[in-house]
Design a protein around this ligand. Structure first.
Ligand code: KMT
Ligand code: NI
Length: 172
């Protein structure tokens, strides 16, 4: 795991886009992001049960597994959105980037590699992309069944109850 300010320069989303300005662990904590490196799946299972996670799936995002729709999927994951529940992402193989919105609405880029695990709070705006390896194998863990759908950012999601609750907790 490594976090830095996104450079906002044009170019392929899968490039690092590293501005060279690092983001501290304390700042990620203020945003409500938690992360671990768990080579042992038993640690993932323990965390999931402690936090009452009920559902999970596995996804392999690569041209090999997705074929022609790969590029389209990669673009879709990069649409800014939120979820109405807390979610865990655990990288089984490969890597990728999660961009999360800062307090000032800038992008913080979080680089995840094999065995990195990230907990994202409900209501945080974010987006995902593979990196130039074009390969992410990840476990997605969800607390509740109906709430994991991505809701693309709009005037409506700005008013979303989970978004409002997230804004209250941020920085606390
Ligand atoms: C998300 O919440 O944006 C995703 O699950 C992206 C794909 S998982 C690496
Ligand atoms: Ni998401």
């Amino acid at each position: 795991m490594k976090a830095y300010w996104f450079d906002n320069l044009p170019g392929d989303q899968r490039e690092p886009h590293n501005s060279g300005r690092e983001v501290s662990a304390e700042y990620l904590d203020q945003l409500g992001i938690k992360y671990f490196n768990y080579p042992d799946l038993a640690d993932v299972n323990a965390l999931a049960s402690q936090r009452s996670y009920k559902n999970r799936d596995e996804i392999t995002i690569s041209p090999k597994t997705m074929g022609d729709v790969y590029e389209e999927k990669v673009k879709n994951f990069f649409n800014e959105h939120l979820h109405e529940d807390e979610e865990i992402r655990y990288i089984l193989d490969g890597g990728g980037f999660f961009d999360v919105r800062s307090e000032g609405d800038d992008w913080v880029r979080i680089k995840l590699e094999k065995h990195d695990l990230m907990i994202m709070p409900a209501g945080i705006y974010h987006r995902f992309t593979t990196d130039t390896q074009n390969y992410t194998k990840a476990m997605r863990l969800f607390k509740e069944d109906p709430k994991w759908t991505p809701l693309n950012r709009s005037g409506e999601t700005d008013q979303n109850q989970y978004r409002q609750e997230y804004l209250k907790t941020r920085g606390a």
